[in-house]
Design a protein around this ligand. Structure first.
Ligand code: ASN
Ligand code: ZN
Length: 322
């Protein structure tokens, strides 16, 4: 409020003095570096109407509501990975404003991207806590937007599991980068911190050890496979999109940890190039994706290098072609 008052006073003084006040920011053009995010957080006040009440816009100070502030910061961290590391201005590459709604519904045990914005539940407190507590969950939801604007992987079967996996990978990368962790230091969990205290588990999913994230009477056992030999054929969950994502998730983990260091740099770049390069089909299967990542890695880092070798080995370990 202080800054606003000061700026308004300066504008009034400028007008009195007959000086033209500062122009609004120049319109952004695609490919411009160092783009700033344009975030807005809304509060659904435990109802389901979207977007709800606007509570915090870009550049506005934190509220007393920590959920709002975590959503705002999570959008910023995700925008920053895309911009600072991959040179992309927001999820559409053209400065798309980022909107999120918190406190969605009552006891709502999920978070989602609805095609235009992110939505976060508070959890029921018995199985799940507030979904904004995990930065990788915030980034996972926003990465669904990135996928929508790029490869647009169909949310069914193997392409759906690739869609889920890409969100887990970029979700984990946003968290690792925010924590300054190398591939060796990272926990490779998605959703650590959102399981209620009595739930037996570490998080929602593990890229390091798919199938081991939780084992609990209320939640069941983590159903994720890590290899093609254990691929789960099911009609639920759109053909197991949150289940079979364990296979490409684990391949990324093997690739990134074989390279070592910051996973968002070389391993993340290959995944980003594959997702956004225009060659990945909307109905791509795991084998299409694995082959394309290798082609992409060779195009960016050269054939026969450390990246090529680590990636071919990672796919071979999970039972997919390179
Ligand atoms: N939280 C879930 C997800 O982002 C919601 C869903 O099932 N699509 O994957
Ligand atoms: Zn998802």
């Amino acid at each position: 409020a202080r800054r606003t008052l000061a700026r308004d006073a300066a504008l009034r003084a400028a007008r009195r003095a007959g000086v033209t006040p500062a122009l609004p920011p120049a319109p952004r053009s695609a490919g411009t570096a160092a783009a700033e995010p344009r975030r807005t957080v809304y509060d659904a006040e435990h109802r389901t109407a979207l977007p709800g009440t606007r509570v915090r816009g870009e550049g506005e100070p934190p509220l007393r509501d920590a959920t709002v502030n975590r959503a705002y910061a999570g959008l910023g961290a995700t925008h920053d990975l895309l911009c600072a590391v991959y040179g992309r201005d927001s999820i559409d590459g053209a400065g798309l404003p980022l909107n999120a709604t918190v406190h969605y519904d009552r006891d709502y045990d999920n978070a989602f991207w609805n095609g235009g914005q992110m939505v976060f539940g508070d959890g029921d407190g018995r199985i799940f806590l507030d979904f904004t507590l995990a930065l990788d969950v915030i980034a996972h939801e926003l990465a669904h937007g990135l996928t929508q604007y790029t490869a647009d992987l169909a949310y069914q079967g193997q392409s759906g599991a690739l869609n889920e996996s890409v969100s887990d990978v970029f979700g984990s990368l946003v968290k690792q980068r925010a924590l300054g962790q190398s591939a060796e230091q990272a926990d490779w969990l998605v959703g650590a911190g959102i399981l209620a205290p009595d739930v037996s588990g570490e998080g929602l999913r593990s890229l390091k050890a798919p199938g081991t994230a939780y084992d609990d009477p209320a939640l069941g056992k983590d159903p994720q496979p890590a290899r093609m030999a254990d691929y789960v054929r099911t009609s639920s969950d759109n053909g197991g999109v949150h289940i079979n994502s364990g296979i490409p998730n684990h391949a990324f983990y093997l690739f990134a940890t074989a390279l070592g260091g910051p996973a968002w740099e070389r391993a993340g770049q290959v995944w980003y190039d594959t997702l956004t390069g225009g060659e990945l089909a909307v109905d791509a299967e795991f084998a299409d994706f694995s082959r394309l990542t290798v082609k992409t890695a060779r195009a960016r880092f050269g054939p026969g290098g450390a990246e090529d070798e680590a990636l071919v080995k990672a796919w071979s370990t999970v039972g997919l072609p390179a």
